[in-house]
Design a protein around this ligand. Structure first.
Ligand SMILES: Cc1ncc(COP(=O)(O)O)c(C=O)c1O
Length: 407
């Protein structure tokens, strides 16, 4: 009998070199056991055993590679890390217990007291709190700037600036930043460019190709795609990831094997899901623009969006999140939201189910009135994370909102 492949355990990375994100989503990072399973095994174990005391000593001493304890490494977590690293085009990924843990771990591992961060104003509300309230206590000062005002970024830069942090597209207003411009600024400031790529995922945007040093994800969102688990991941050069890994190993905000398995499998359908999200979101954005009760629609796929051309150049699609302002204030926004029947009222995004959110009182509720103002989070703003349901059914449900507004 002849084996078709000598290598039955795992497809060597070199065999996948140059392949597209769609293929890497399905094939990269698999760690096949000697049972030769076609799907992926899950290793829900806290520790690993050794053949002898000497082997245990060698593992602990770093003289022999291999698993020791799942706060350090776990094969299921490594499989997910390998796959997302390949998709982002990064050398290495480090998975974390949540998206916030990914941001915190990156900052703690790579910043020190006295360092300065420049962060875009439109970031996720809790990211803002992390910088302003917690990192500030440890001597890391943050200046917030407009995502798309590069002069403001330049002026905020100081000799001690070590990190530029942003989300593009931003949450919830879908502003798009030019990563190449910001990466040039990061180079001249000797700072790291860190991009939260949660909205686009590597299917639509690969920030490392545009000069970013590190990519961060809340895996909770599109990477899972079905709202099952909370998790995060950091991707970047091996040298920087070794620092992030070192913090995780000591402090412990690691990803559980079960969650890693869900995310790993979630990645397999990410490319087709993202295409469906993008198609539905564009259709809804165009439709919303025509509604009498709508003041403005924010979606980079619209010709009217100020960074439409940049988004076309930098991204492979415009994503599944859009926002719009209804005419009126909080009362009208809440009435609209409450009138929908199928769409879920929840703060999560990136799910196959469409979700509707009032950012001013939920995701961005903890921002000061001044910060909300700066970030454009008004009381009449509604965010939709467009799912993959039939778009005509989504319109039917949203029409209930417009009917409640009497338009
Ligand atoms: C853009 C963005 N980054 C980070 C996070 C935080 O992720 P997690 O909830 O997984 O901690 C979120 C959560 O909504 C988010 O929207």
């Amino acid at each position: 009998m002849t084996f078709r492949r000598e290598e039955t355990v795992q497809i060597p990375e070199s065999d996948l070199e140059g392949m597209s994100v769609d293929t890497l989503a399905v094939r990269a990072g698999q760690i096949r056991t000697d049972q030769l399973e076609h799907s992926d095994a899950i290793f829900p174990t806290s520790s690993f055993v050794y053949g002898s005391a000497a082997q245990a000593a060698a593992r602990f001493g770093g003289d022999e590679p291999g698993n020791i304890y799942s706060r350090f490494t776990n094969p299921t977590v490594q499989a997910f890390e390998g796959r997302i690293a390949a998709m982002e085009g990064g050398e290495r990924a480090v998975a974390t217990a949540s998206g916030m843990a990914a941001i915190l771990s990156t900052c703690i591992a790579l910043l020190k007291s006295g360092d300065h961060v420049i962060c875009s104003r439109g970031v996720f509300g809790t990211t803002n709190v992390l910088f302003q309230k917690y990192l500030a206590r440890f001597g890391v000062e943050t200046t917030f700037v407009s995502l798309t005002d590069y002069e403001e970024w330049r002026q905020a830069s100081r000799p001690e600036t070590r990190m530029l942090f942003l989300e593009t597209p931003s949450n919830p207003l879908c502003e798009v930043a030019d990563l190449e411009v910001l990466s040039r600024l990061a180079r001249t400031s000797d700072a790291l460019l860190v991009v939260d790529n949660c909205f686009c995922t590597p299917v639509l945007q690969r920030p490392l190709e545009h000069g970013a040093d590190i990519v961060i994800h809340s895996a909770t969102k599109y990477l899972d795609g079905q709202g099952r688990c909370v998790g995060g991941v950091v991707v970047g050069p091996d040298k920087l990831m070794e620092e992030v890994y070192g913090f995780l190993r000591s402090a412990g905000p690691t990803m559980s094997p079960f969650n890693a398995w869900v995310f790993h499998k979630g990645l397999e359908t990410l490319p087709i899901r993202m295409r469906a999200h993008c198609d539905n979101a564009l259709e809804l954005a165009l439709w919303l623009e025509q509604q009498n009760a709508v003041e403005t629609v924010y979606y980079a796929g619209l010709q009217s969006h100020p960074q439409h051309e940049l988004a076309k150049k930098q991204q492979k699609g415009f994503g599944g999140v859009l926002s719009f302002r209804v005419k009126g204030s909080r009362e009208e926004a809440w009435r609209f939201i409450d009138a929908t029947r199928m769409i879920s009222i929840t703060a999560n995004l990136g799910d196959v189910k469409t979700t509707i959110t009032h950012p001013a009182t939920t995701t961005h509720g903890r921002l000061s009135p001044e910060d909300k103002d700066h970030a454009g989070i008004t009381e009449n703003l509604i965010r939709l994370s467009v799912g993959i349901e039939d778009v005509e059914d989504l319109k039917t449900d949203l029409m209930r909102g417009f009917d409640a507004l009497g338009s």
